[in-house]
Ligand binder design. Structure first.
Ligand code: GLC
Length: 614
């Protein structure tokens, strides 16, 4: 009885807005709306008691994920431990890494080949057999909760695999299922779309449509030809997908990563990205979760420039995503590594620091995808860097072609005619560790390790949630074995999605090894971070001049606590000519220093806490 009231109370809070948005999007959709509400009620009824307790707890503590002890880690289940059961067995290690949010890469059913690393889902209700079962997922989530670790899972809602039941039936000619996708008899309309709709994978999957020889139709495929775009103009698609999402939430998933969200609404004559209807859909999903499973957070995957990203937070009255990726900062970090000039990153920090402090960003150095060079070129032009030659430089630098560069990355979707390319590689390989080991260059090895540590320190200085990529904590290098697998060979993103090396991880306790230095360095950062309120989102953050183009200083302040975080993006010794009077304790080197003329080692990082005057 109590349960019914809770659902009704939550529904009542959002009912008018939800109905209004739904019926505006789906004209005359009142019947479908009622069905949606019924399905929500059913999912609410099915939600188990422990999760309901979590709902209540988190509703009473809406900021639960905004604390400074939040650290995320993303991983492929099979690469890390083979199966979901395997991951459960390895939770001690994950805990030892200080992880409080575990992002498991897509693990729902997908074909053996043509699966885009799990992003081509063929059944949203089933776990991929080789990884386990829904029961295993639920079991793992439960054990994670016991250890206060949240679980994040992708919700790939823009498309299905061509092997999804809907796609099969559509291909076989069933009109009802064709209407769940974008089907066309000839190329007339697709040609019109192509005029305004850019390409996601211009080299590996050119065009936005695929000809189906057997069905004699074109189908919209924004990503790969085997990923068919779902048509959210059809309320059946929305209702069914929402139901799949709620089902995942009921397995104990805490964070839903809404994959490729800017793409979910298409309109002729537009770029088919970030359209207003996308925001309506996300807002509806947010409300639906708040009604059925308020413990659940939405993490939007919006790989766009800041002006496009921020609207996905919605407004204070009408929030959309709880969290978004800090993607431009990530790309700017690597630009800074290559150029040794911090001006763009400083500018990017000023932009980010000017945003409302309620916004929660997920900070990362790299993820399972490529690094795209979505930098602020208008701004860079003032520094005499033009887009095309600069991208070329970045590609050369990170593939080790640039004189003196030890970075070992691989290009992704490179277009030789435009010189445009994206980049793949693990953090350690991009920092030069692989190159240094290859050439046996001791000094280069030291610098690579320092650079890797410095970047992690920088990431952890930012407000929001730091997200580690599994393996980066022990400096794992690129894995080239994907080249021998025909299902993967064409997609260089697999170079940084390699198997986790447990034998290397074992070296984290052997003093002096690269693994030990990186692992304990990251642990130390996490421990300091979680103890100091100045790392909370509520802190005021600003940049400070350092008088050196390679040195960046961020100042964090909260309730009288002040931290000067300084980073040297060059391999030379430097001095940070800051002017932040007072005596500080550098929490990383454990030295006392004045807040002026701070000496910095090659790729050095400092976290200087102002000593309170007595
Ligand atoms: C997202 C994923 C990426 C995938 C794409 C298509 O961008 O991060 O890996 O290829 O969606 O689903």
């Amino acid at each position: 009885m109590e349960r019914e009231t809770v659902f009704k109370r939550r529904l009542a809070r959002h009912y008018d807005e939800l109905k209004w948005l739904y019926c505006e999007l789906y004209e005359g959709g009142i019947g479908m709306f009622e069905e949606l509400v019924k399905a929500m009620e059913q999912r609410s009824r099915e939600r188990d008691r422990k999760l309901k307790r979590l709902d209540k707890k988190r509703e009473e503590d809406l900021d639960w994920y905004k604390r400074n002890d939040m650290v995320g880690m993303m991983m492929y289940t099979d690469a890390f431990a083979g199966t979901l059961k395997g991951v459960k067995e390895k939770l001690d290690y994950i805990e030892e890494c200080g992880v409080r949010c575990l992002h498991l890469m897509p693990l729902l059913d997908s074909p053996a080949v043509n699966n885009d690393g799990g992003y081509a889902v063929s059944d949203f209700t089933k776990v991929k057999e080789s990884l386990g079962t829904m029961e295993d997922l639920k079991d793992l989530a439960e054990e994670c909760h016991r250890r206060t670790i949240s679980v994040c899972l992708d919700f790939v809602m823009n498309h299905t695999s061509e092997e999804h039941e809907w796609a099969r039936r559509a291909r076989a000619g069933e009109k009802e299922y064709q209407d769940r996708y974008f089907f066309f008899d000839n190329y007339d309309i697709p040609a019109q779309y192509e005029k305004t709709c850019p390409q996601v994978f211009p080299t590996t999957a050119p065009g936005n449509f695929t000809w189906l020889e057997d069905a004699k139709k074109y189908v919209m495929t924004t990503f790969y030809p085997y990923q068919w775009d779902l048509n959210y103009r059809n309320p059946v698609v929305f209702n069914t997908m929402v139901d799949c999402l709620l089902n995942l939430a009921n397995q104990g998933i805490d964070v839903i990563r809404v994959d490729a969200v800017p793409y979910i609404w298409k309109e002729l004559g537009t770029s088919c990205r970030n359209l207003p209807q996308v925001h309506t859909l996300v807002r509806m999903i947010r409300m639906i979760c708040e009604i059925v499973c308020p413990a659940v957070l939405l993490l939007g995957e919006v790989v766009m420039e800041p002006a496009k990203v921020v609207p996905y937070f919605g407004t204070v009255e009408k929030p959309e995503c709880h969290m978004l990726y800090n993607v431009t900062t990530m790309a700017s970090i690597w630009h800074t590594v290559a150029t040794g000039k911090v001006s763009l990153l400083k500018h990017q920090m000023d932009v980010i620091n000017g945003l409302p402090r309620e916004y929660v960003f997920l900070n990362y150095l790299r993820c399972h995808d490529d690094i795209g060079w979505g930098l602020e070129y208008d701004w860079l032009r003032k520094e005499n860097m033009e887009e095309v030659p600069h991208k070329r430089f970045l590609s050369d630098y990170f593939t080790g072609k640039w004189p003196g560069s030890m970075a070992r990355g691989e290009l992704y979707n490179d277009d030789p005619s435009s010189g445009d390319a994206r980049l793949c590689g693990t953090t350690a390989s991009l920092c030069g560790l692989e190159g240094a080991l290859e050439t046996g260059n001791q000094e280069a090895e030291e610098k690579a390790v320092a650079c890797d540590q410095m970047l992690h320190a920088f990431m952890m200085t930012l407000s929001g949630i730091p997200m580690l990529y599994s393996g980066d904590e022990i400096g794992q290098l690129n894995d080239y074995s994907y080249r021998n697998d025909p299902a993967k060979a064409a997609d260089s993103r697999y170079v940084h999605r390699g198997k986790f090396h447990w034998e290397m991880a074992a070296k984290r306790t052997e003093k002096g090894t690269v693994q030990q230095r990186l692992f304990s360095g990251i642990r130390r950062l996490e421990e300091i971070r979680k103890k100091l309120p100045v790392f909370l989102n509520a802190a005021a953050v600003r940049t400070a001049d350092t008088g050196d183009p390679a040195v960046l200083c961020l100042i964090r302040e909260l309730d009288g606590e002040k931290l000067a975080a300084i980073f040297n993006f060059s391999g030379e010794e430097k001095t940070a000519y800051i002017n932040e009077p007072g005596t500080y304790r550098d929490l990383l080197s454990e030295e006392d220093l004045e807040g002026v003329n701070v000496p910095m080692g090659p790729y050095g990082a400092r976290w200087m806490l102002l000593k309170q005057q007595i």
